[in-house]
Design a binder for this molecule. Sequence first.
Ligand SMILES: [Zn+2]
Length: 456
Amino acid sequence: MTEGLTLDGAMVTGAERFSTFEVRITPDAAEVDRIYMGLSRAGEGYVLYGPALKAEGYSTSLRFDDASDDVAVPAVDAVDGYVFFGPADHVTDDAHGAFIADPELSAELAAPIRDAFRSSMEFYQARLNLDLDYHPAVIASVDSPGPAIFRGDVTDTGVISVRFTGDSWRGAEAFLAPFVWHETFHLWNGHGIQNRDGESAPWLHEGAAEYASIIGAVSANARPEDQGRSALAQKTNGCRRALASREGGMSSVRSGSSVYDCGALIQWIADLELQNAGQGAFFSLWADILRDARASDDGYGVTEFMTALPASSAVRLLVEEEGEIQWDQIRARMTDLGVTFVNDPGAGDLLTAALFHIARQNCSNGSYGFYNDPGALRLDGADCGPLSGEPIIDTVEGFDPQQQSAAMFNAVQARCAASLPIRYQARDGRVLEAVCDSPLETPEVWAISEAPSLRR
Ligand SMILES: [Zn+2]
C-alpha cells in the first residue's frame, strides 16, 4: 500500500487528499466455495479477476505495464472478468479463441482441454450462427492452491478457467472434454446476455449447456453416440431419483446435480418434440431464443423457452406439475418420440438395493450404509442388530456381494418374499442372520434400448 494511506477492508483512506495509490496483491492462498479467485497463477503467468479491483462510484479500466515480453488476454474490457497476463509463449490463438497454458503443462491434460475448446467453439458457432461479443479464451492450470482439487469457472470476459491442484487431474481425463463443451455453451447462453431466471430456474441455462455438450460432442465426432446415450439415461435416472422424494417438480430444483440431470432431460424432450413436429431442433430453438434475447431489454427466461415448445409438450409434465411427477406419462410420451427405456439395473444398483432394503429393516436409528472397498465389503451402522459392529461380509445367501450381486439379489428377493432371515457370512467366521419380512422390489434404473440419433 502507498505510504501514508491505509487499506481497511474495501476502503482506501488517507489524512490528505490523494489521487493515486498503489496496492500490492499476492495470489490467493485458497479456493473458497464458488467465489472467483482474485489472483491466481497459471504457469509463469497470472490470472486476475478484474471486478475485484473495480472502484465503487468510479469507472475502472485495467492497463498492463512494465512487462514488454508479456501479453494480456483479453486485451479489451479486461476489468469485467478474468484476464491472463504473462509470457506470450503461454498463449496459442486462432479464429475461435485463445488457449492459454504453460508450454510445460502435461499434454495429457492440455490436449483434451484445447481440442474440446476448439471443436466446441467451432461447432456451436456453426449451429447457433451467433457471433460472440468477445474473443474467448480458456486457461488451463495446475496451480490452484487447493483445498478443492478442481475448479472451473467462466467470467463475462469470455475467459474459461480450468484449475487443478497439482496432479489431481490424473484419473479425471474422461471428464475434461464434457466439462469444456458445457462451459463453452455458456459463452452463448450465460455471459453477456441477460438470463432472467438464472437463480429461480437454473435448470434452463444449465440443462441447455449440459445437453448441448452431449449432442454437440457426439455430432462433432468427439464422443461416441452410445456414450452420449448412456449419459442421457444417467441424467434421466438422476432426475427421477431427485424428484421421487418431493412434490412440485422443477420449481423445487435449485441446486445440486438435479439441476443438470432434469435440465438436460427437459432439453432432450424439447429437442425431440421440435424435430418430430418439423420445427427445427435444439440448436435452432436456442439460436432463436438467444437472438431474440439480445434484441430485447428483458433477455430470456423460462417463458420464452416454454412458448417455443408444442402446446402439448411433455416438458410441461416436469415444469408445470405441482404434485407428484407422472413418470409413466413422461415415459409414454418419450416412447412416442422414438425413445424406448428398458429397466436394466446394473450390478451396483442391485447390490445397493438389496443391502439397503435389509438394513432399513434391521437398523433401528435409520443410519446405515456400506463401504465397497475392493475385496472387502464392510457394513456401516451402529444400531443394526446382528449386522452391527462394521463386519466385513464375504457372502450373502452364499453369493459374493461384490462379484455376484445379481445372483445375490435374486436369492435375497426370494428369501424376503418368504419372510425368511438373510444369512451374511462374515469374514471373522460368524454367520449373521438379519430379518427380512417385506418384499424386495427390483430397482427401476432405466437404460435406453432405442433412441433417435443424437447427431444434429
Ligand atoms: Zn454450467
